[in-house]
Design a protein around this ligand. Structure first.
Ligand code: TYD
Ligand code: MG
Length: 470
């Protein structure tokens, strides 16, 4: 195949140069030039010729007149997956699923494809990492020995595209996008240029339905996550696709979370919860108590947080360990932001006089769950304080609330809902932002507040004052 001319395009400003340079000559950014194919020279002329003919045809429509037929969604047969997708798959949509190796991406997608195929939708599973026999072996493990899902073990883009065009599946999975390569580019499979080019090509193909009555293919791209936690191909894929889902969870525990971080067809931050069993991933309908470890007695350094993931409150144990450090004390977090911890320690020092400057501080969210919401602040601070004093918080205790730099405790969204979930799971004492409690509670709220011993706080000093009295 004749090679197209190669260009180097800056991932920041979009400028291009014919040669690779360490620094973009257009915007001055370092290390941002990526190999891409240049559009054939003739294209420009064709474009202007086309333009003349098209200008009058593309009739404009008023936004209000366009019939936004509610997007047609097809349930995947896995309710927890449908929840993150916003109700099911949408024809022509492109979904990117990222996650660590071995977390269950291939398992989940094979289960979903099989269910869709059984429901009568034509599907296609393109495996670039495993041979057909390996995929079949997994299907056996999943109890899908008689599965009718067509499998293509292929990594060359052109052949994958040809198969997609011939088969016209309603749903296709590319497992994984990092293994796919095109001959158009000389860079290695898995390189940013290859991943971007292949994904762009496949995306165009998925959307190119309509002409012959074909609604378009729902394309699911599997992406591996690098050690730094980013999808390989520096976020280039994230803005290209309609939906980005991330797998989270500790590969050593059996629970897996699938979270939507971008969704053009549904709510973001919605979350699906699965348990990895010997027969694949099973949805967990009632996950709120999954991330609590079972201590027979309350232990120092542990505080339960009520976090709100999408539409569901979730109780997560936050653990802190404060221990004598060396000259350069460490601040480490698992599942929480490290910068946020540094900030909270500064607030604790400045506004409550609690110093950890010479101590190592470790903070962990139990179960491999990642918590991004600031409402975790109060629980983190209470866990740290509890570890410092070597005194446990009271039994069946929960907390939530954002802490500001001025030491104020800010309300968390939907605080009463969080309290309700905690009460339902048998928690009895809560420390919450004062602004989360209504001034004039209605009857059900009063009942809830009676069932729990709720301590409203407006500042972090107040919170620590209450805790020290226990
Ligand atoms: P896999 O889907 O291959 O992960 P990924 O595609 O994200 O790399 O998941 C592999 C892991 O799941 C592997 O460690 C074995 C485990 N597993 C089960 O526990 N039960 C099962 O039924 C299957 C198929 C896999
Ligand atoms: Mg896999």
């Amino acid at each position: 195949m004749a090679k197209d001319k190669t260009l180097y395009t800056c991932s920041d400003c979009g400028g291009s140069t014919p040669r690779w340079l360490g620094r973009c000559p257009h915007c001055g950014a370092w290390n941002t030039l990526l190999e891409t194919t240049a559009a054939p020279a003739a294209a420009k002329h064709r474009m202007s010729a086309l333009r003349q003919g098209l200008a009058s045809d593309g009739a404009l429509m008023r936004l209000g007149d366009i019939k936004a037929a509610d997007v047609q969604r097809t349930p995947t047969g896995l309710p927890e997956l449908d929840r993150v997708l916003g109700g099911g798959i949408v024809a022509g949509a492109v979904v990117l699923i990222g996650g660590d190796p071995g977390i269950g991406k291939s398992t989940l997608l094979l289960q979903a494809l099989d269910a869709l195929q059984r429901a009568g939708l034509p599907t296609l599973y393109v495996s670039g990492e495993e041979s057909g026999a390996q995929v079949a072996l997994r299907a056996r493990r999943l109890g899908l020995a008689d599965s009718q899902v067509p499998v293509l073990a292929e990594i060359q883009l052109e052949r994958i595209v040809a198969t997609l065009e011939r088969e016209r599946p309603a749903v296709a999975v590319i497992d994984s996008i990092q293994t796919v390569y095109t001959e158009q580019l000389s860079s290695a499979p898995g390189s940013v240029a290859q991943v971007r080019e292949c994904a762009a090509h496949l995306t165009r193909l998925a959307k190119a339905g309509g002409a012959d009555g074909h609604a378009g293919t729902t394309l699911v791209l599997v992406g591996h996550v690098t050690k730094e936690g980013a999808l390989a191909g520096p976020r280039v894929l994230e803005h290209m696709v309609d939906t980005v889902l991330y797998f989270e969870g500790d590969t050593h525990s059996s629970f897996r979370l699938v979270r939507a971080i971008k969704n053009r067809f549904g709510a973001v931050n919605e979350m699906g919860v699965f348990a990895m069993t010997e027969r694949g991933l099973k949805g967990v309908n009632n996950p709120s108590a999954l991330f609590l470890s079972q201590h027979p007695q309350p232990v120092p350094g542990s505080c339960v947080l009520v976090t709100l993931e999408g539409t569901r409150p979730l109780l997560v144990e936050i653990q802190a360990l404060v221990d004598g450090g060396g000259v350069a004390p460490r601040r480490l977090t698992v599942g929480l932001e490290r910068d946020r911890l540094a900030m909270l320690l500064a607030v604790l020092h400045r506004h409550a006089g609690v110093a950890c400057a010479d101590q190592d501080v470790f903070v962990n969210a139990v179960g491999g769950v990642r918590i991004a919401e600031p409402a975790a602040d109060l629980a983190v601070l209470l866990a740290i304080q509890s570890s410092l004093r070597a005194r446990p918080l009271p039994p069946r205790f929960v907390a939530f609330g954002e802490v500001g730099l001025a030491g104020e405790v800010r309300p968390a969204p939907r605080g009463l809902e969080r309290l309700r979930e905690a009460a339902k799971l048998g928690f009895r004492v809560a420390l919450v932002p004062a602004a989360n409690l209504p001034r004039k509670p209605d009857a059900p709220t009063r009942e809830l507040l009676d069932a729990l011993e709720v301590h409203p706080v407006g500042r972090i000093e107040e919170a620590l004052h209450i805790v020290r009295a226990w």
